[in-house]
Design a protein around this ligand. Structure first.
Ligand code: FMN
Length: 185
């Protein structure tokens, strides 16, 4: 079983996280380890009714305070971590290598072990600090994937836009998906 760590932090964009979990769990070969920050719970309450059912699809669930969880150690072998959505606070913590909560620590460990780390940052506009933190994280090995859906696949509704973003995130984690037809030129 391939293990994927999904962290949800307190930025807007919870439908991305829920669609991502839903799509990941369609693949029976994936074990999803979920970490939800305290702030994310508040934003989930605001943005996504009935989200508990989707979160319950995951195989293991942790709070941000469980610093003794397996992914806090480099000996936990996984295929990648995604922080979706990624708040500017968590981005800053990742860029600076802070390990104060399980999300920060797991991201730090993922980078040091040279495993894929995908950040889905959400803020607008971006300050110099945000941009610098993204560059620092990129230089350390993270993929920076702001949720900027394309329109060339002629989306019919918001879910089509979300699925486009989720498909690219899964591509970055090297997870096979056919969420929508690929551009063939
Ligand atoms: C409704 C709501 C929406 C928010 N949206 C964003 C956002 O889009 N981007 C962001 O960086 N922070 C956003 N925040 C602020 C973060 O939740 C806050 O900085 C928090 O400390 C992040 O903590 P975490 O990274 O540990 O989840 C939002 C907060 C609330 C209550």
């Amino acid at each position: 079983m391939r293990k994927i760590i999904v962290a949800i932090t307190g930025a807007s964009g919870m439908p991305y996280a829920l669609t991502l979990i839903n799509e990941l769990k369609k693949n029976k070969q994936l074990e999803v380890h979920l970490i939800v920050s305290d702030a994310a719970k508040k934003v989930l309450d605001l943005e996504a009714s009935g989200y508990e059912d989707i979160l319950a699809l995951t195989d293991y669930r942790y709070s941000q305070n469980e610093l003794g969880a397996p992914m806090a150690s480099g000996s936990f072998q996984h295929s990648g971590m995604v922080i979706c959505p990624c708040s500017m606070a968590t981005l800053a913590a990742v860029a600076q290598g802070l390990g104060n909560n399980l999300i920060h620590r797991s991201a730090d460990v993922t980078l040091k072990e040279r495993r894929p780390l995908v950040l889905v940052p959400r803020e607008m506009p971006l300050s110099r600090i945000h941009l610098q933190n993204m560059l620092t994280a990129l230089d350390a090995g993270a993929s920076i994937m702001p949720p900027c859906p394309g329109f060339y696949h002629q989306p019919r509704d918001i879910q089509d836009l979300i699925r486009h973003v989720v498909s690219r995130i899964m591509d970055a984690l090297d997870i096979e998906n056919q969420i929508f037809p690929r551009w063939k030129g």
